[in-house]
Design a protein around this ligand. Structure first.
Ligand SMILES: C[S@@+](CC[C@H](N)C(=O)[O-])C[C@H]1O[C@@H](n2cnc3c(N)ncnc32)[C@H](O)[C@@H]1O
Length: 312
């Protein structure tokens, strides 16, 4: 799709595992460059309907010209997928046959230096997915305590040098507030002891700040519960994650809803778990094949997990 640099990952796998079919009702919780939404519209034609949510208003500007030919089969909604249940109920878009969450950032967001997601391009230290509200990464970096910064860089970035990095940030911001990605990347790089492997030393810190600025773990937890509540029995939820923390949260949520049979002393067993009940469709996460990774390096770390809602 032109207008976007983003290449949808695991597209065929998602369509197949969601069993997209004519006349179905689907939600794409992460519109991005519209690749998955486009395929959902195509495969559910001529009468299927797709609601596409994104926090980032610019996603709609980019994608609208390409998808508006679908008329009222396509329902674009600016918002957080954490609020998916309320958004779908308000639009009378229930129950749903299939839902997709393709987490993280789009290439369009990453490549736009003005958004502040990337340490590769110097720009304002923003990192908000929803540019209409909330605190920026600069607000966070210049106001959070040293301990608070160390905790979040350690937890969300799994960064061993979190203590040194947060100390350096606090020392540098006392000289002058840190307002650009370039300056932050330099501070982190020096504090972490310079470049070693192929990964830029600021990668983990940038990931941690992005997750905190956008409350990604909180949104994911609410989004997963909301999505499961909207599915009809037999409907499916597909989630693509790009790092271990996200994948762990998805796996844990799916496990809780899958539940387990606990033996009773008096004989027999009782099911224990979270409602609504699901069954795992993918026992192991689906990953991209060699060919896809070659054409789209972003696909390398993608992990797709799918569950199906059962009758409660
Ligand atoms: C990896 S991209 C999705 C790409 C899309 N599947 C495609 O085919 O082009 C992720 C998108 O999800 C959006 N996003 C991330 N977290 C979100 C949230 N909590 N609520 C709504 N949108 C979110 C981002 O703004 C970004 O546009």
């Amino acid at each position: 799709m032109s207008g976007t640099q983003h290449v949808a990952v695991l597209l065929e796998e998602v369509m197949e595992l969601l069993r997209v079919e004519q006349g179905g009702r689907y939600i794409d919780g992460t519109l991005g460059g519209g690749g998955h939404t486009g395929a959902l519209l195509e495969r559910s034609a001529p009468d299927g309907r797709v609601m596409s949510i994104d926090r980032d208003p610019s996603a709609f500007h980019r994608v609208r010209p390409h998808l508006s030919s679908s008329g009222n089969r396509w329902n674009p909604v600016h918002g957080n997928f954490a609020d998916m249940a309320a958004l779908a109920l308000k639009a009378d878009f229930v129950p749903v046959d299939g839902i997709l969450l393709d987490l993280g950032m789009s290439s369009d967001q990453l490549d736009d230096g003005n958004r502040g997601f990337s340490f590769q391009a110097d720009g304002p230290l923003d990192m908000r997915m929803d540019t209409t509200q909330g605190l920026t990464a600069a607000d966070l970096v210049n106001s959070e305590s040293e301990q608070g910064l160390a905790d979040l860089i350690r937890r969300y970035g799994e960064e061993k040098a979190a203590g040194r990095i947060s100390r350096a940030i606090v020392r540098e911001r006392e000289r002058e507030p840190i307002t650009t990605t370039g300056r932050l990347a330099g501070i982190v790089e020096r504090a972490a002891g310079g470049r070693r492997g192929p990964t830029h030393p600021a990668t983990r810190t940038f990931q941690a700040l992005r997750m905190a600025v956008n409350d990604e773990p909180g949104s994911l937890a609410r989004g997963l519960e909301g999505a499961l509540s909207l599915l009809r029995p037999g409907g499916r939820l597909a989630v693509i994650s790009f790092h271990s923390l996200e994948d762990r949260d998805v796996k844990q949520c799916f496990r809780e809803h899958e539940g387990r049979d606990v033996s009773l002393e008096a004989g027999g067993s009782r099911w224990e778990g979270a409602l609504p009940r699901v069954r795992r469709v993918t026992k192991k996460p689906v990953v991209a094949g060699e060919k896809e990774v070659k054409n789209n390096p972003r696909a390398r770390s993608a992990k797709l997990r799918v569950v199906e809602r059962k009758d409660d």
